[in-house]
Design a binder for this molecule. Structure first.
Ligand SMILES: CNc1ncnc2c1ncn2[C@@H]1O[C@H](COP(=O)(O)O)[C@@H](O)[C@H]1O
Ligand SMILES: [Zn+2]
Length: 344
């Protein structure tokens, strides 16, 4: 069933947007996945999993492991970074905070640092090319929940050293049923000491102790927050921490039953800061424009509410105040063009 009208989608495509929750390896183009799978002689059974596989939460993590098998070398990492940025730019995203997990792959001569350098190279190439000129990009380094304290600390150290090259923060992600908060907390505390911002994937599954510990840590942003009980909901509202919400991702992975039942609605109605994001636009076959159109349809948002939602995301970026101000100015210029075509 179509989750939005064509006119709604057109408006959302024309709307200038900010993307704050996008995983590099989850945002690959279909055509690139197919090409890389062929080039790497990926087992046809695995190719099938990519093409038509189940996308429940546990299946997603198997899928990421398969995608990681075809994005192994530095040139490929640079290429996919460049393509993902171009795709967000083509979707009228003016600011992108891309995130990725630095990987050690000794068989490919890859270290966390060389992986990250390959991503930074892709960022640079994209922004020098004609298709990436209208987008500003920053990077978050992700800690995978499978990693131990030492590996998490290595990622934080790397982010701190490369701060001046556009790495603005740390994310904690990965299979939410794996690992323990106590393993990553020292690294996240270190990130804070180093002046890096932190966002955490939280409550993607029901885990009240962990969610309470995450709220106690007070990250700058949270992702998902799907599975809360009443106590956690109150605790969360009281913190005022903005939440990155990924509608398609939560529905497709079955973390939430239907769009109208999505917690976007109570959060938004309560005036709690929310940011619409894609999560994994390749894996979930979406775009930020589609996510806005889905929200418009499911929660009956007007064009003016969509504009406000989009513009408010600037406040929650990990940019410096003066950079946020520049972005707001860019949005105001875009608004004039938008008003020429759509009622606002
Ligand atoms: C669906 N919901 C999700 N929940 C938690 N973690 C997720 C995720 N979607 C993606 N990732 C995280 O991002 C990695 C892929 O991109 P990178 O290799 O880092 O670029 C996945 O392996 C997982 O750790
Ligand atoms: Zn995510």
């Amino acid at each position: 069933m179509q989750q939005y009208g064509e006119e709604q989608l057109k408006f959302c495509q024309a709307l200038p947007k900010v993307e704050l929750h996008a995983h590099l390896n989850g945002s690959l183009r279909d055509t690139t996945i197919r090409e890389l799978a062929l080039k790497r002689n990926l087992d046809p059974a695995l190719t099938k999993v990519i093409e038509m596989g189940d996308r429940t939460l546990s299946e997603c993590f198997k899928l990421f492991d398969i995608i990681h098998r075809i994005t192994t070398d530095h040139d490929t990492i640079t290429r996919i970074t460049c393509e993902v940025i171009e795709d967000f730019a083509a979707d009228n995203v003016h600011y992108l905070e891309l995130r990725t997990t630095p990987k050690t792959r000794s068989e490919h001569g890859m270290t966390k640092r060389s992986y990250t350098e390959a991503v930074l190279k892709g960022m640079q190439e994209a922004q020098q090319g004609s298709r990436g000129q209208n987008i500003t990009v920053r990077l978050l380094l992700s800690i995978d929940r499978r990693e131990d304290t030492a590996a998490a600390l290595e990622t934080v150290q790397l982010a701190a050293e490369l701060h001046s090259r556009g790495i603005v923060g740390i994310d904690l992600s990965g299979n939410p049923t794996v690992g323990k908060w106590s393993a990553w907390e020292p690294a996240l505390q270190e990130a804070r000491r180093q002046g890096l911002k932190v966002t955490l994937h939280a409550a993607e599954v029901y885990n009240p102790e962990e969610t309470a510990a995450m709220l106690h840590f007070r990250p700058e942003r949270l992702g998902h927050m799907c599975c809360l009980d009443e106590r956690l909901e109150v605790l969360h509202y009281n913190t005022g921490i903005p939440v990155e919400l990924c509608l398609s991702s939560n529905i497709i992975t079955e973390s939430v039953a239907s769009y109208p039942e999505h917690h976007f609605h109570p959060f938004y109605s309560a005036g709690h800061p929310v940011i619409l994001c894609t999560d994994d636009s390749g894996v979930f076959c979406t775009s930020l424009s589609k996510e806005f159109a889905i929200a418009a349809h499911a929660f009956q948002l007007s064009n003016s509410q969509l504009w406000q939602l989009s513009e408010a995301a600037i406040d929650h970026t990990f940019l410096k105040e003066e950079e946020k101000e520049q972005l707001r100015k860019k949005f105001q210029i875009a608004r004039a063009t938008l008003e020429g075509c759509f009622p606002l």
